[in-house]
Design a protein around this ligand. Structure first.
Ligand code: MCA
Ligand code: AMP
Length: 507
């Protein structure tokens, strides 16, 4: 029976003995081995009673088995909900509850803390560690290496990815099989990938970039990946000679440029470097070209939309721009107040429409209606303009968001924690430039009258509540926050005041 995502990305490789994953320890996994692994896992899901449309929440370290779990969900019609390994139990509880996950898969180290949460919410729990061991694989070992693929349509959900909101609460972006498949095929063609490509994969697989952009594109063409557990410059530099392409966030590229071993010679054979998830400074683009002769190809996307624009493969890759809309994407710039389309050259809200655009936010029809127009255009919250040659420039964001090392940090979420601490009257969190992470969060705290907030205790509270990457790199006590006539905190003024806080700081 038909299951477009599984048929095209996975079943198409049935029986192929070519390598799919080259592993960090020098081992390798063929397509046939990977598909057998995922079929065993699909059998485990079915035996656990997961029905098509049920959600599986996975907070697991990167491994071939973790990737096979994604494939298993596609085959069994289960909605895959990957979670950042840095999330705290408090954060995870919300995702499990909000999604109504039927099964939670976590690292064994998290099991004791998560088991009561899962049980309280009626979810089963299994474990999977960085080496691919745990109760999930114990159960898979005895299962058949074949599974009857569950029928799905392009409109059925394949993934639920949470993105934080400016109000503090995360929203689950509902991604259909059609969203994922159409974008993978579009990108594979736009970037000229084929079965001979070997992608160096050092991204996490709990976000769109590492899971859908990188992995789905390679699956679409039947190529191979050098599958590294994380971005470690030593490992990346050691394995680049085997790769033909790499995808990364800007921090990958600045860290490579900071390493003297990263030379033009090392990557002379490479075909393509792609950057996204955060702005790539034009200066980084130029330094990269000066060092290697390669022009990084920058593209732009979102969790809700997959990829929207890309610099051309052939043609000019223009630094400081995110290129042109992908062939099947409509992109317009609108007046943020009225929604009316603006002419070329004017700055406004970026809106996008196409087969890549998600179905809405999970169980949040009001939020969906605020951002997804009835005619299918999604209001991105990014501010931009289209230049005379059709290149899109992102010039800012209307959403209050900090992007640190390619990871989104929502100030509101941190402010809620800071405001709740003893002695804190109010707080504001802003993003400031950071040489390694692009941007980082700084927390400004105003004390209650006669109180002296205990910064160490506040940092401890932040540690308990929020994932490490969201922690402000600096907390400062200030007299007051600048406000406009309406009483709204002027974050632009704060960003300007603290913009040099990390200037010259080493990563
Ligand atoms: C780790 N830490 C971070 C970050 N990552 N802090 C702030 N921002 C981060 N991004 C914490 C670590 O836990 C550590 O804590 C400390 O900061 C320093 O860690 P470091 O060794 O420098 O970190 P790392 O492990 O090397 O990770 C940095 C990284 C990584 C390689 C840039 O964050 C990464 O792989 N980022 C890519 C994220 C990504 O895939 N984004 C795509 C999502 P301590 O000091 O306590 O030890 S966006 C997306 O998918 C959209 C659709 C798109 O367009 O692509
Ligand atoms: P996320 O919600 O994690 O999917 O992050 C999506 C956001 O990342 C977008 O709305 C943009 O603000 C930002 N983003 C992604 N790619 C780029 C890029 N190439 N340049 C600037 N910002 C980007």
């Amino acid at each position: 029976m038909a299951n477009p995502l599984h048929d095209r990305l996975f079943a198409a490789h049935e029986g192929r003995t070519e390598t799919f994953l080259h592993l960090a320890d020098g081992g390798a996994l063929s397509y046939a081995e990977f598909l057998a692994l995922s079929a065993r896992l699909a059998n485990v899901l079915a035996a656990a009673g997961l029905a098509p449309g049920d959600r599986l929440a996975a907070q697991v370290p990167k491994s071939p088995e973790a990737l096979a779990l994604y494939a298993a969900c596609a085959q069994a019609g289960v909605v895959f909900l990957p979670l950042n390994t840095a999330y705290t139990v408090e954060e995870l509880s919300y995702f499990i509850e909000n999604s109504g996950a039927r099964l939670v898969v976590c690292d064994p180290g998290q099991q004791a803390a998560l088991a009561p949460v899962a049980a309280g919410l009626g979810a089963q729990i299994e474990t999977l560690d960085a080496r691919g061991a745990g109760s999930l694989m114990d159960a898979a070992r005895d299962m058949p290496a074949a599974f009857e693929t569950v029928a799905r349509s392009e409109d059925d959900l394949a993934g639920l990815l949470y993105t934080s909101g400016t109000t503090g609460r995360s929203k689950g972006a509902m991604l259909t099989q059609g969203n994922l498949l159409s974008n993978a095929l579009t990108l594979a063609e736009a970037w000229r990938f084929d079965a001979d490509d070997v992608l160096l994969h050092a991204l996490p697989i709990f976000h769109t970039h590492g899971l859908f952009v990188a992995t789905n594109v390679m699956l679409a063409v039947g190529g191979a990946m050098i599958f590294l557990p994380k971005f470690d410059p030593d490992a990346v530099i050691a394995r680049l000679p085997e790769a033909t392409a790499m995808m990364g966030v800007p921090t990958f590229y600045t860290r490579l440029l900071d390493d003297q071993r990263f030379s033009g010679e090392l990557v002379a054979h490479m075909r393509l470097f792609v950057s996204g998830s955060a702005p790539l400074l034009a200066e980084t683009h130029r330094r990269f070209e000066a060092r290697t002769g390669h022009r990084i190809l920058e593209r732009y996307g979102m969790t809700e939309t997959n990829m929207n624009t890309s610099n051309p493969y052939e043609g000019e890759r223009r630094p400081g721009t995110v290129g042109v809309p992908l062939p099947d994407v409509d992109l317009k710039i609108t007046d943020p107040e009225t929604g009316a389309a603006l002419p070329r050259g004017e700055i406004g809200m970026i809106e996008v429409r196409g087969p890549n655009v998600f179905k809405g936010y999970w169980r949040m029809p009001d939020k969906t209606a605020e951002e997804l127009r009835p005619d299918g255009f999604f209001i991105t919250g990014d501010l931009g303009m289209i230049d005379a040659d059709g290149y899109v420039h992102i010039v800012g964001r209307s959403k209050d968001l900090v992007i640190s090392g390619g990871l989104n940090v929502y100030p509101k979420e941190i402010e809620l924690v800071l405001d709740a601490q003893p002695g804190v009257l109010e707080s504001a969190v802003v993003g400031v430039p950071h040489p390694d992470l692009g941007e980082t969060a700084v927390g400004l705290i105003v004390a209650e009258p006669d109180a002296r907030p205990d910064i160490a205790a506040i940092e401890e509270a932040v540690r308990g509540a929020l994932a490490r990457f969201k922690h402000p790199r600096k907390l400062l006590v200030v007299e007051s926050l600048p406000r406009n006539a309406m009483g709204k905190v002027q974050k632009n003024a704060l960003r300007a005041r603290y913009r040099d806080l990390f200037a010259g700081v080493e990563g």
